[in-house]
Design a protein around this ligand. Sequence first.
Ligand code: IVH
Length: 692
Amino acid sequence: MTENIAEAVRRAKELRDELNHHNHLYHVMDAPQITDVEYDALYRELEEVEARFPQLVTPDSPTLRVGAPPLSQFEQTAHVLPMLGLENAVSPDELREFDRRVKKFLGVEGEVNYACEPKLDGLAVELVYEEGLLVIGSTRGDGRTGELVTENLRTIKSIPLALGGTPPRLLEVRGEVTMLTEDFRELNRVQLERGLPPFANPRNGSAGAVRQLDSRITAGRKLSFFAYGVGRREGVEFDTQAETMDGLKKFGFMVRTERKVLNGIEKVVGYCLDIENWREKFPLEIDGCVVKVDDLGLQRRLGEKARSPRWAIAYKFKPMQALTRVRDISASLGRTGKVTPVAELEPVSVGGVIVSRATLHNMDEVRRKDVRVGDTVIVQRAGDVIPEVVRPLTEKRSGEEEVFTMPTSCPRCGGEVVRLEGESAHRCVNASCPAKLTGRLKHFVSRRAMDIDGMGEKLIEQLVDKEIVKEIGGLFTLDLDTLVSLERMAQKSAENLLVAIEAVKGRTLARFIFALGIRQVGETTAVAIVERFDSLDKLAKAELEELLEVEDVGPEVAGAVVEYFSDGENRAMLARMREMGVNPVAEKRDIANMPLKGETVVLTGKLETLTRDEAKSRLIRLGAKVASSVSAKTSWVVVGSDAGSKSKKAAELSVEVVDEKKLIERLEAAERSSAEAARPEAAAKKMQPKLF
Ligand code: IVH
């Protein structure tokens, strides 16, 4: 820190310009170029310079502002009560410091009650309700004036258009528009599929969606709104923050359930550290906790400073971003032959998890980000556990960095790697590429597919490398001698494996079709197909039009099925499998007697005991349909530990909502009843793992 005034003048100006520039990129363009950590460091430095030389505080100093001016293309609207920002605490000690300031200001000795909430990382908005009706919706903008985005906000399902209960004359509701991680992941998947750049984080995804001139774009993005406070109100009064939140809930808003009122700062510190530890279990991005003096009377006495209130503080979590170096960029091969560039990184801790690889998605992304071998890069884990390279720090380049080029031949089989028309991905086009075969085999034997006990990844890799298995069907030609000749394969395990392989020959047709790995054909589709085509022969001969008659089968799926069965090699392989006794049977899904027949179930939120895939498979096998969104046709919704809009939708439509415990009870009861209904000899076989 400089003591020299001339130097301070120069630095303050530099920091102001830089911060204003980044503010604009962040708030107006929704396209930040530096990380929050870098921004905070600059911001803190400017605060320090200004604290030392208060005469240097200019009226346009970013430290006096809350956000950024609104975009000019939107009509503007004033917030009658300004929407303030929050001061940050980056350590427990800074929280304790805040508590001391609060007590000193109020002149109290005893402990203060604090309302603690997770800090949602999205876009702050204000909703004005008059006589219970939503009349204005706006962004925070610079805190005093925001953009009028009422129509866009109306498309968000968790924003009530009319308040529930007994609405007051006037209520201004404040909260955050965000995306659930699940919805964000899907958004980026689609972005990449369309060859568009992915969003850096859910916050940019939501902010971009709300600030669209065409509200259909907003409607197309799955946004959620969580309320956390109120502005003006007439005809309703609250005494505490906790009461405010309860009231908001009654009016029909979603509020986070993790909120707590705690007495004394030490309990608050414990809460913040706990939430930080659970952070990744949350269904949406949170970047800290907000700690508010609970009593609104005390809040009024504390009042506010220029840009933030004295009665609240944000405890910021460890950043989910870090700096590291790209050691190499490799080409990674997937099941479908897709070749993905992957940054091999110097291992670094990002929010407590060691990261050493990060996907670069495809060549368009590598070029757009201009990531080179040897670059220092920002890596982040956002909205997803999969780490990502945000951007290289080009100013740190030495000139030695190397530009990555996609190999023209497959790293595994030497086959040609091409970028097909209309795709953003490069693929190995050799149909018999061992990497593809490995991927197909892994899928074929996996739990939800053929479920071959004891057939692990390492074993599959050996079988493919040694060219023992050249197609999926090759698994059924394995013998004891071959298996025991493999590494780490004892006689006993080899025998068990053969028993397991034999046992799957009569798996149901639906599982078999799913296991083949036909593009677009998931478990639910496989079950639906079998309802219409009850043998492999019939399916192999099916015409496009017939397939289209199957419920939920569209042109893409139908096309993929026809393509699969018209391929000579696939047909020959299926014939060979049949000769080896693989005889998938259309489960006489005695539809009438399937315990969950006719029920449409939606799974939402995070399950603790079951994985989502497992829950889905079991439901389907018991006759239920698993849908992705709640509608009037939904029979019941399973709500995991934390669920968003779907559970609300269920409530709106009066659809039954159950928790995971109840789901497991239902699955077990249904499984018992279907086992009893099954033939006694089949039931006996099930009990006895050895078949010969
Ligand atoms: S209270 C004056 N509560 O954090 C109090 N803010 O810097 C202002 N935020 O963009 C806000 N979760 O939108 C509050 N539970 C929460 C919050 C929260 C996220 C955002 C807010 C603003 C920023 C404050």
